[in-house]
Write a protein that binds this ligand. Structure first.
Ligand SMILES: Cc1cc2nc3c(=O)[nH]c(=O)nc-3n(C[C@H](O)[C@H](O)[C@H](O)COP(=O)(O)OP(=O)(O)OC[C@H]3O[C@@H](n4cnc5c(N)ncnc54)[C@H](O)[C@@H]3O)c2cc1C
Length: 503
């Protein structure tokens, strides 16, 4: 048995039991487990090959790239091999832009209707259930000057390294916080990049809070790995700590990074600045599908509300992996397996007893995999001033070039949340649909109002959540009521004996 590759929209079947969105560790495991239980599964991912963020490009990576990226990267091969050996359907380069309850004009409403774009054409298909394993995004890092050419996120530099073996040239500075910061720095140094400095913006106070969880961390898989990475980075480059402010400067492009730390201000000459302050769940699809979420103060982000089987507030939708709250690659794979079992149980392919029996060892491994996460969350919670820009000229919405000052200026106009703010500014209305500014906007408004971000809420995210060409949407078959809603009438077929009529 092996997966069936779906290359065009017309090759998609009308219906599947289960849609899985995302071919990272969570989605691959969910799809493999569900297909092994006998469900008809469609796995869609917008990347050209399976692996998600951590195992990106692994099926095409050279031996040198694999060696450079280490054991944790190579671990992806086993997950991918298991998935590829199932009977699931796999659509690479397929964007899922909408998921909504299926409500036909006649007949029973059941399951979900899914909008997918593949190879330049869109299709609406039906599925009985969906698992969203859409992973994480790098958290916005809105410092003064962050939109200058010469500045990228550290994750995008890693994507270039994993997919094309590209290594930054010139003087490189890496700045921010989070467990991935040191991993990315070590990977780039190992690949030959000249990393002149790592500017660590982890707030000092975090260390005290993290200490309470240090015993678990020391016993976790992260403990030893973290210590090794820190030693490696310290050996090959300068690490600046106790950072109070960070700014990118240059005339038309980056030329220096201005760092204020305990002890003074330093201007570091730089050709490339890589910014990273952790990752947050990629929420656009789950929010647009109506899944409830709440403010998670420890991770300083919104996370969907899910139960121990990854079930959301929407009956036919589950969320697995980092999309449900940041849990790392190993945790995501195990989480995905639980979501796959739950789907097989809900669709009648596994009894409750069999589901629970299979889940027990997975849950035990998940507990182990999550050990140490509280320490990481506390230690690497980015500082307020790096999440919520204090200087008015700092750009928040990169698509529409809206500044922090402009957002704050809407507050006296009675703005209570991000959606009202849109009445005054185009903030969050560009091509990324708020993915890059959503959290910053919420936190600015919360700060101005003196309330918790959960009270302010997030953008109302609407479908399509990804840019879809108008010709793709226009080519979709339309129902009579949809045509009537737009045109005011439905045209009947013309025959020789009857003139054209309007309904
Ligand atoms: C830039 C970046 C780099 C990272 N690098 C590492 C690393 O080197 N090591 C590490 O341990 N952790 C890394 N992480 C963290 C890592 O992502 C996770 O812990 C792990 O990969 C999560 O697995 P997942 O299956 O939940 O999601 P992911 O692996 O992120 O997979 C999600 C997949 O969903 C797809 N997707 C999302 N939305 C849609 C949609 N609407 N339609 C179709 N497809 C969609 C994406 O293309 C992606 O392939 C990184 C995170 C980021 C953001």
């Amino acid at each position: 048995m092996s997966v069936h590759h779906v290359n065009t929209a017309s090759d998609l079947q009308e219906t599947y039991d289960l849609l899985v969105v995302g071919a990272g560790p969570a989605g691959l495991s969910a799809a493999a487990v569900a297909a092994e239980c006998g469900l008809s599964v469609l796995l869609c991912d917008e990347n050209g090959s399976p692996g998600g963020q951590i195992y990106r490009g692994i099926t095409e990576a050279s031996a040198a790239t694999k060696a450079r990226l280490g054991k944790d990267y190579a671990a992806g091969e086993a997950i991918i091999t298991r998935f590829l050996a199932t009977s699931a359907c796999y659509a690479a380069r397929a964007s899922v832009w909408s998921i909504a309850p299926y409500e036909p004009e006649v007949g029973e409403a059941s399951g979900l209707e899914v909008g997918v774009s593949l190879a330049g054409a869109a299709r609406l298909i039906r599925v009985r259930r969906a698992i969203l394993a859409t992973g994480a995004l790098e958290r916005p890092f809105p410092i003064p000057g962050w939109t200058l050419p010469g500045i990228m996120t550290a994750g995008s530099a890693q994507i270039a390294l994993k997919t094309a073996g590209l290594v930054p040239s010139g003087r490189t500075v890496i700045a921010g916080t989070g467990p991935l910061l040191y991993l990315l720095a070590a990977q780039l140094i190992g690949a030959g990049a000249s990393v002149n400095a790592v500017v660590d913006t982890t707030p000092n106070g975090n260390r005290r809070r993290a200490l309470a969880h240090s015993f678990d961390f020391a016993r976790s898989a992260y403990g030893l790995k973290g210590a090794r990475l820190l030693a490696q980075v310290h050996r090959y480059t300068r690490v600046i700590r106790n950072v109070m402010a960070l700014e990118a400067a240059g005339d038309g492009r980056l030329s220096e990074v201005v760092v204020t730390y305990r002890g003074g201000t330093e201007r570091l000459p730089a050709d490339l600045l890589l910014l990273h302050q952790g990752i947050v769940p990629n929420l656009n699809l789950s929010l647009a599908s109506g899944c409830a979420s709440g403010w998670n103060d420890r991770q300083a982000t919104f996370t969907p509300t899910i139960d121990e089987w990854c079930q959301t507030s929407v009956p036919d939708i589950a969320i697995a992996g980092d999309a449900g709250g940041i849990i790392g690659a190993e945790g995501s794979a195990l989480h995905g397996a639980l979501a796959g079992m739950a789907a097989a149980w809900r669709l009648g392919r596994l009894s409750e007893a069999e589901r629970d029996k299979r889940a027990a060892p997975v849950r035990a491994r998940l507990r182990m995999a999550l050990r140490g996460r509280l320490f990481l969350d506390e230690l690497f919670r980015p500082g307020d001033d790096f999440r919520i820009p204090t200087r008015p000229e700092t750009i928040v919405c990169r698509c529409e070039e809206v500044t922090a000052g402009a957002i704050r200026a809407t507050m006296p106009l009675g703005v209570r949340g991000p959606n009202q703010m849109k009445a005054y500014l185009r903030c969050g209305m560009g091509p990324c649909q708020g993915r890059l500014c959503g959290l910053t906007v919420t936190e600015i408004i919360a700060q101005e109002r003196g309330v918790a971000p959960g009270e302010v809420g997030y953008y109302n995210v609407r479908t399509p959540i990804k840019p879809v060409a108008l010709k793709e949407l226009a080519a979709l078959p339309q129902s009579d009521s949809a045509i009537k809603a737009v045109a005011g009438f439905v045209e009947k077929p013309v025959s020789a004996s009857h003139p054209r009529t309007q309904e």
